[in-house]
Each structure stands twice: as C-alpha cells, then as structure tokens.
Design a protein around this ligand. Structure first.
Ligand code: SAM
Length: 364
C-alpha cells in the first residue's frame, strides 16, 4: 500500500505551468508565435490533429502530398539509395526510410538551410540507425553531390517542387499574399536578388511576358503597367504593397476581398499569379528543373526511378518534354504519360494538394 499523506505532510509542489503563448494583437500576423497555437504544442497537445481535421496545415509544419502514390512510383526496396531532392519538412523522407531499411541510404537536399536543418534533426531523432546525409544545395547539382559522396548513382530520386507550407506561412519570407512581410521570396538565403529587387528592375515588357508564361495571368499587361507606373515614386518593398496595388487594379480593397469569402467559392486571390511568377523568377525554379532533368538519367542506376510532383503547367510541360526525349533516346524504359492526380479525399483533407501532379520515369 502506498503511504497515506498525513495532514502535516508538505504540500507537493504544483507542476510548473508552461509559459503563456504571447497574445497576438491586430489582424495581420508578423510573428508566428503570436498568432498560432500550433507554434506552442506543449500548451496545446491536441492542436495539430484539430487543425488537420479542419483541412488546414498546422503553422510551422508541412503535410506531405500524395505519399502513397509517390512510394508506389519509386518501387523502393530494402538497401536502396534514395535522393530526396526537396527535403522540406521531411514528410516524404519519413515515409521513404522504413521502405529502404535495412541497409538503405537517404540523401536529403534543400536549398533552404533552415528547412534542411529542421528536417535533418527530426529525421535523425526518428530514425537514429538509418544512414542519411544532408546537403544544403540545389538539386540541379545532383550529379556532383553523388560523386562527392562516392556513389555511382541512386536507385530512386524524388522532387516535390515549389515551396513548403512552412515557407509560405512564415511572413518574414515574403512568399504569401496573405501576410504582410518583406517582398523577399528567396528559398536560398545565399541568393542576392529578392522579389522586390526584381520588381524594381524588370522592364514592363519582361514583366508582362513572365506573368503570362509562368502563371497564365490574364491581366498581365495591366498589372505590369501599374507596377512600372508606381515603382519610381513608391518602390514596392512589402507583400502588402504589392497585394494592395493588384487589388486596387481590380477595384477592390483588402476588406472587400476578405468579405467575398472567395476561397469557399473557389476563386483565386487576384495577387496569387503575380506572387507565383515572382517566386519562380527569384529562385530560377524552371532553370533548376531543366538542369535536374538533364542530369537525372545519368544519376539513376539501371532500372532506377525518378518521381516528380509538379504544381503548375510550366513545370508539367518541361517534365513531359524531358521524359519524351528520354524515351526517344533510350535513356528511360518507361515514363508516365498522364500524370497521377491526388484523390478527391486528399484534396478535401489538404487543399494545398489540389494542383499536384505526379510524374515518373524508369531508367533503362
Ligand atoms: C514542397 S517542399 C517539400 C516538402 C517535403 N516533400 C515534405 O514532405 O516535407 C519543397 C522544398 O524544396 C526546396 N527546394 C525548392 N527548389 C529546390 C531546388 N532547386 N533544390 C533543392 N531544394 C529545393 C524548398 O526550399 C522546400 O523546402
């Protein structure tokens, strides 16, 4: 029997209360920790499940897309060497590692140092015995990274293109038209040119053609004219300035747009295509993708698989053409014709998956 406490026993000390979340004051978050309960999981242990049940992504996390389909496309087996070319939060890597054990090896890449370090820490804690190495670098240099590791190639390589939810949700990165922040958009902090620099220096004609070709923006000419017309007197340095300029063009204020409850009606934010264009340009996303597709066949071992998640038509076109060329030249034995789409259930649970398309190819 345990000891019955007497009236004279010392009262047991209260467990220390976790520090209170900083109260968020205002309507636009500038600091993650002030706005989101998800940033204090120690205070709100159930919060991630709760947020996911609402079809949202917890702030500071990323929900991996089409995981089952990606795993199937890569045909993994124990002992495989796999390159996760866009490590992000490490969600796909988490699913890959058990498939290649025992004896497998994971190489993780990301151009974003903060993402890479966070994912590396998470993965090392979850899989302490797995062979893993992490590379702060662009996947366009996959051939050099493999050579530096003394590898003749990999059995599978996977890229989940674009930005992670953590990057989008963090106002200080400047990726989001939803939050005010510096108009930055660099995934790799070593890049020197921000989105604000681009807007200040691109010619009006170049802006028009970029908006059309990279995001199918139907209002490209008007948006480019408005930017060119105001930037000398008022340089566009923040996400909010750019959003307000585009909303003004459409005859809307921020409040009016918010009141339209557009997301429920499936409307795209008027600034979304301009933000996408700038992000692609700042990070030379299509240049990196083209270079990856050039080197990928030489980085895959015979029979190795390449799987790519694309998110817009520009990426899809480049991947389709590269796979068709690879088939013609006998580099690939087979390749996806129509990309695989996410299931209706996944789109409902994670709306950010809606535009994802999975492409795959198998090395001869
Ligand atoms: C969509 S997220 C990946 C999410 C990840 N699959 C997961 O489940 O957590 C894309 C990541 O790729 C990185 N990235 C984008 N382009 C890259 C490139 N050319 N080379 C290496 N990493 C890149 C971004 O910084 C971002 O962290």
């Amino acid at each position: 029997m345990g000891q019955i406490p007497s009236d004279h026993s010392e009262p047991s000390p209260e467990p220390p209360k976790p520090p209170r979340r900083k109260r968020y004051r205002g309507t636009h978050p500038t600091h993650f920790d002030e706005k989101y309960k998800e940033r204090s999981p120690e205070n709100y242990p159930d919060i991630h499940r709760h947020v996911r049940a609402q079809g949202r992504t917890p702030a500071g996390a990323h929900v991996p897309i089409m995981v089952a389909e990606v795993l199937e496309a890569m045909r993994l087996k124990p002992g495989d060497v796999v390159a996760d070319l866009t490590l992000g939060y490490g969600g796909h890597a988490e699913a890959i590692l058990p498939r290649i054990a025992p004896g497998g090896r994971l190489l993780g890449f990301d151009v974003d140092r903060a993402q890479l370090d966070l994912a590396a820490e998470r993965l090392r804690a979850a899989f302490p015995d797995a062979a893993m190495s992490f590379h702060h670098g662009n996947f366009a240099g996959l051939d050099r990274h493999l050579a530096a590791e003394g590898l003749d190639g990999c059995d599978a390589a996977f890229a989940d293109l674009g930005v992670s939810s953590m990057q989008i949700d963090n106002p200080s990165r400047g990726f989001s038209y939803k939050h005010d922040g510096p108009l930055d958009m660099r995934m790799d902090g070593r890049l020197t040119r921000t989105a604000a620099d681009l807007l200040a220096s691109m010619s009006e004609d170049d802006l028009v053609s970029a908006l059309r070709s990279l995001a199918d923006e139907s209002d490209a000419a008007r948006i480019a004219r408005a930017i060119a017309g105001c930037r000398d007197a008022h340089p566009i340095a923040t996400t909010r300035q750019l959003v307000d300029l585009i909303l003004h063009l459409k005859g809307l204020t921020r409040r009016q747009w918010a009141q339209r409850d557009a997301s429920r009606r499936g409307e795209t934010h008027p600034a979304a295509r301009t933000f996408q264009t700038l992000r692609i340009l700042v990070n030379d996303e299509l240049g990196s993708l083209r270079q990856l597709l050039r080197v990928a066949p030489w980085c895959l071992r015979p029979g190795g698989h390449l799987a790519l998640l694309t998110f817009h038509s520009g990426e899809q076109r480049i991947v389709r053409e590269a796979f068709a060329d690879g088939l013609r030249c006998g580099l690939y034995a087979e390749a996806s014709d129509d990309p695989v789409r996410p299931s209706a259930g996944e789109v409902r649970d994670n709306p950010r998956s809606a535009s994802a398309r999975l492409h795959w190819a198998r090395r001869l």
